[in-house]
Structures are given as structure tokens and as C-alpha cells.
Design a protein around this ligand. Sequence first.
Ligand code: ZN
Ligand code: CU
Length: 478
Amino acid sequence: MKFDYLFRNVTVIDGSGGAEYLADVAVLGDRIADIAPGISGEAAHEIDGCGRVLAPGFIDVHTHDDINVIRFPEYLPKISQGITTAIVGNCGISAAGATINSEVPDPMNLLGEAHQFIYPTVEAYAQAVEQARPAINVGTLVGHTALRNNQMDDLFRPATEAEILAMRGQLKQALQQGALGLSTGLAYASAFQSTTEEVMALAEELAAEKGIYTTHLRSEFEPILEALDEAFRIGRHGKVPVVVSHHKCAGAKNWGRTVETLRLFDKVREQQDVSCDCYPYSASSSTLDMKQITDEFEIVITWSEPHPEVAGRSLKQIADDWSMTLHEAGKLLMPAGAIYYNMDEQDVRRVLRYPATMVGSDGLPNDPMPHPRLWGAFPRVLGHYSRDEKLFPLTQAVHKMTGMSAARFQLPERGLVKRGYYADLVLFDPLTVRDVASFSNPKQPAAGIEAVMVNGVMSYGLEQKVIGRAGRFLRRQK
Ligand code: ZN
Ligand code: CU
């Protein structure tokens, strides 16, 4: 037998959560052709793993890479972490299926500028991805806020019956064209006025097409239990799985409360398919939100349209310099982006460790001073949390970023090192893998990620360079 690639002597962590084992792994075309000790046969390329780990390529289930994977198809921030698939369209905002008439509403402005929203349908987006051929695979959700913005003249009110009907039509078409599901961003002002019934009506379309519901909750602050309950009710109404995005308890008064939220998850999971994703940091990042401005924790401004010079400085310093209150300074900085040090480390650990938690970066690729999760989330889970802090075994860490994610997001034949599956693979050194990106120097590739293969094409390797681009658009499979 002649293979294209043969990984010799690798420790296979197969993504299922099961035990690791030593083997050779052979790749032919875009598939894993064989897994066994001492495979006989030749290969065009042989790689001696020397016992390093071969795992399924990581799946970043929570991203805002919609437009950037097309504009910058090498996509170094993600492939350098071992990520081979990104799910875009989270938090209610998607480029796929969005039409912008004048201004890009907050937080859709995280994705790009008005002239970059040129994908009125999922089909148009899929074609653009295929044409750009990014280094990583891309699947998309459709954003509720994007649908609202298509159909409504004013986002700061509930949708009318007629508008809901129009959104349902667009969502149905998007799902039929291969969208994985619907995302909401109910905490943002641009969706906050939508009623639970509005989202439930959309969830009915999800049920018909077997899509998934992901949600940036109505609140991650004190009313979080009510917000979780709303998300779970929407899932029950639509009879669809629910993924709670970047689960956290934000705000000083809320610290420690993941004990309660995870207890609720436990209870609800007995009757209903619910899970969550999480990034491994105790600071969050998004657009600057006047409601989140407080002196209880540090807030760092990452960008500001009227004051680009303040990027990287704390809101407190800026306000002191300008001799005004935090809120007054915040107002002058808008529109702006921020990092909020608003979580408790113990909460982050509790959520990460939770059996139904997947890893998602929530990286913001257009931010000039991005939160380090954009470049570091996955290696940080492997290196810092699994190896150094021993939060969970490496097999669990890998499962949370591969097998579990592929199953939840319905990505068939991906997420496992298994014969016949797509050859999305990452070779890494478990002793040296770590996130290098930091808050002060955030745009840095991880250490210890030695080779990344996407659909059987070697795509990232020595010298931290992108050497292949074989990503595909992944449509929901019925
Ligand atoms: Zn979000
Ligand atoms: Cu997000």
C-alpha cells in the first residue's frame, strides 16, 4: 500500500476521551487510511513522531472569524493553535445571511465594516469560503441579530409578527443551504428588546431542519439563572440542542456562582440536550458597553474609533488623565472595544472542567490589541490547564476540543482519529505545548504545535508558517 503521509510512532489521543495509545497513522487523499502499530507500506512523506501526540485537529466552536477567514485565508491565529475547523456566526452576529444597508450595528461591527458584508445568503458565503480556500474548515451559524437587522428598521424594540415571519423565512433558507443553526446575542442592546417568544418562533424552524441553538445569554451577571432558564426553554420549545456560549459568571457580585449554574445544567441535562463552551481566561472581551463600566474590576480599552491612541490603556487611567468619571470617559471613547477582568478564576476552572463544556476561543480577529484568546485559547487549555495545573487529563482536554465538539455541532467524520475519517490532524509536543500570546503581547503563535494537517494537506509546520490551504465549507448534514 502506498500512502501520502505516514506518522510513525505517535501517541494517539483520538478525541473520544478514551485512553491514549502508541501507533502509526497513515493518510491517503483526504482521509485517515490506517491506524496500527508498525504499519507496513510506503508513503510519499514519513514523519517520525518520536512519541509526540497526534490528535484530531481542534474545532473552535465559538468564533467571530466570519469575514476574516475570507480576507486572510492563511489564518495563522487559528491554524497555529492546531485548529482545523472554526464555527463562525456566534453571539447573534453572522456575515452569512446578513445585508447591511447603512451602518453596521453593534456588535456586528466586531466582524468587519459595512462594505465587507457581501453575503446575503449562506450559499453566497459558502461560495466565498470555497473560493478563498482558507487554511481551516469553516461552518456557520446564522445570527439572530443579523436577521433582525435585515428585517427591522429599529433594533431597540421587539419584532412584529410580520418581521418574525420574514426572519423565519430567511432562517429556513439558511438552514437548507447548510447553516448549522441559529445563534443569539440577547445581552446586546441590538437584541435585548426581543422577546423570548420571538426567539422561540425562530427555534421552530430549527426543529424542522434539526439545527442547533447557541446563545450569548440575556445576562451573564446577577440574573444568570433566569437567563439560563430562558435559553433552556427556547431549546425545549424547538426540541433542539442548546449550547450556552462562553459560559461565565460575570461581575464581582456574581463570583462563585458557577456552583449554582452548573447545578442547574446537571438537572436540566437529565431531560434535555444542553452544553456550553468556554475560553480559558478570567477576563472577557467585546465592544465597550456602558452597562458594564464599573470600578469593581479593571477594564482595558483595546480600540476606540474617536481615540485610537488609547488602545491598550486602562479606562481608569484614561478617565484620570481626562479628569472625568469612568462613564464620562467611556462615552467619549465609543464606539470602542474592551477587555473586562470580570471573572473569578475558580469559576473559569469549574466551567472548563465540567463534562459538557467544549473549548471555544471567542477571539476577536479585527481588534488591534486582541484578547490573547484569539491566538492562545487551545494551547492554554492543553499546556497551562491540563499539564501544569492538572485540571483534567490531556485526553479530556483534547476531547473537549474535538470529539465532543464535532458531535454537538453535527460535523460528521471529523473530530476523531479514526479510520475513514477526514485527515484533520495536529501533531504536538505535550511537554512544551503552551500559549505564548499574552495580554501585553497578544499576537503570537503557540509553542509546541509541530504540524497541522487539514483534509489530508499538510498546512502548518516548521518555522510556524502556513504551508497549505485546504479548508472547506462544512454544511450541516441531515
Ligand atoms: Zn458572546
Ligand atoms: Cu462571541
